[in-house]
Design a protein around this ligand. Structure first.
Ligand SMILES: [Zn+2]
Length: 230
C-alpha cells in the first residue's frame, strides 16, 4: 500500500514560519540552532538575531567554518582522534599517531577528543590514545557496540592495528562519573582477559567532574598516580 504523500521539508518549514511570524529562513536558522546541545529555543532566537546583525562576511565565515569541519575533518584510523585531512598526508594518521618518538606500547583510553586534548596539554603522557567516542550508557541506549571498543581490542589483539607495536599497558582515562566508571570496569574485564596491563587515572579528579574542565596540574597528577584497574 502506498504511503500518504508527506509534505516536503520546505513546505513544512513554510507552514511553521507562518505560525512563528518570522520569515521562513529565520525560522529555519532558529530551528537548526535549537537542535544543538544546551541551546533552547530562546537561546537559538538570540543567536539568530546576533547572526542577522553581524556583517555578511562574519556570518558567511561561520557558515564556511561549519562546512569545513564536515568536509575536512576525519577520525584517525588507529585512535579515532580528530584530524584535518589536509595535514594527514595520505597516511590517515593523526599528528599523535604519526609522531615516531611516542611510546606506542602505551595506549590511553578517553571518551572524547576534547579529553585527549586536555590530557595531551599536560605534556606528561608520551604514549598513544584511543578515543571511544562516548561511554556506555544503558539509560541513553549506548551499548559497547556503539563505541570504538572493538577497534581498541583489535589494537591489543593484533599489533598490525597498533602501528606494528604490541600494546603493553592500557590506561583508562574515563571521566570519574557513574557511566565513565561503568565503562572503565567493562573495558578492564575485556582487556585483562587479553593479558595486558590495565591502569586507571588516580582519583585526584573529584567524582562527578569532567576531564575537560580539570586543571593541567590535576590531570598531570592523575596520569602520574595511575593505578591498576582491579
Ligand atoms: Zn591517531
Amino acid at each position: 500500500m502506498d504511503a500518504q504523500p508527506q509534505p516536503s521539508r520546505a513546505a513544512r518549514a513554510a507552514a511553521k514560519a507562518a505560525n512563528s511570524g518570522y520569515p521562513e529562513s529565520v525560522t529555519r536558522l532558529i530551528e537548526e540552532l535549537a537542535r544543538l546541545p544546551g541551546i533552547g529555543r530562546r537561546s537559538a532566537e538570540r543567536l539568530t538575531f546576533h547572526i542577522l546583525k553581524a556583517t555578511k562576511p562574519e556570518a558567511l565565515a561561520l557558515a564556511a567554518a561549519i562546512g569545513d569541519v564536515k568536509q575536512r575533518v576525519r577520525h584517525c584510523h588507529v585512535c579515532y582522534n580528530l584530524m584535518d585531512t589536509a595535514s594527514a598526508e595520505g597516511h590517515g594518521l593523526c599528528a599523535i599517531c604519526a609522531e615516531p618518538e611516542r611510546d606506542r606500547a602505551s595506549v590511553m583510553v578517553v571518551e572524547q577528543p576534547k579529553d585527549l586534548i586536555a590530557l595531551e596539554q599536560t605534556g606528561t603522557f608520551k604514549g598513544l590514545f584511543h578515543v571511544l567516542m562516548g561511554r556506555i550508557s544503558p539509560l541513553e541506549g549506548v551499548r559497547p557496540g556503539d563505541l570504538t571498543i572493538a577497534d581498541l581490542l583489535g589494537r591489543i589483539d593484533d599489533p598490525a592495528h597498533n602501528l606494528d607495536t604490541p600494546v603493553r599497558e592500557v590506561i583508562l582515562a574515563l571521566n570519574p562519573t557513574l557511566e565513565g566508571d561503568g565503562t572503565a570496569l567493562y573495558l578492564a574485564g575485556e582487556l585483562e582477559r587479553r593479558g595486558v596491563r590495565v591502569t586507571r587515572l588516580a582519583r585526584g579528579l573529584p567524582t562527578g567532574s569532567t576531564l575537560e574542565f580539570a586543571s593541567k596540574a590535576v590531570l598531570a597528577d592523575a596520569i602520574e598516580g595511575r593505578r591498576p584497574m582491579i
